[in-house]
Design a protein around this ligand. Structure first.
Ligand SMILES: [Fe+2]
Ligand SMILES: [Fe+2]
Length: 144
């Protein structure tokens, strides 16, 4: 008689391990992504303080974190074929544009002028991203 117990235990164990690895990679992706933004901001600060070498070093570390995050994004299956990626990005940019608009109203209402101005500025960037992705998509479509 074949004993399936050991095998089924093994497959449950590997499923759990896989789940844990996926969860750890998701968390790592978030942490690496946060580091990119923070290190870029710190690099900019070092630049403003006249510390050009430190600024360049922090910028390089930020790019390393970006490359780590990108690799985890790929391992997590977040990267699809280019057309699908562009469609997903478009949805994200449309949402980001709306979120920035809502956020700018909140900041305005609270009298936080600096935040208001930056939400407005970054909203325009999201609009530009949205329009750019739309153009690329229609060029891709024309190829068909
Ligand atoms: Fe990293
Ligand atoms: Fe964007």
């Amino acid at each position: 008689m074949i004993d399936y117990t050991k095998e089924s235990k093994l497959s449950v164990k590997s499923a759990v391990e896989k789940m844990q690895t996926m969860e750890i990679m998701e968390k790592t992706f978030d942490l690496e992504s946060n580091d990119i933004a923070l290190y870029l901001a710190m690099s900019k600060r070092a630049e403003e303080e006249g510390e050009k070498e430190i600024a360049a070093y922090l910028f390089n570390i930020a790019m390393d974190e970006a490359s780590h995050a990108a690799q985890f994004a790929a391992l997590l299956g977040m990267v699809k074929d280019t057309r699908t990626n562009l469609l997903n990005m478009l949805a994200g940019e449309i949402q980001a544009e709306k979120d920035k608009s809502d956020a700018s109203e909140v900041a305005f209402g609270e009298g936080n002028d600096e935040a208001f101005k930056f939400f407005e500025k970054s909203m325009k960037d999201e609009t530009r991203h949205k329009e750019g992705i739309k153009k690329i998509l229609s060029k891709l479509q024309a190829k068909d």
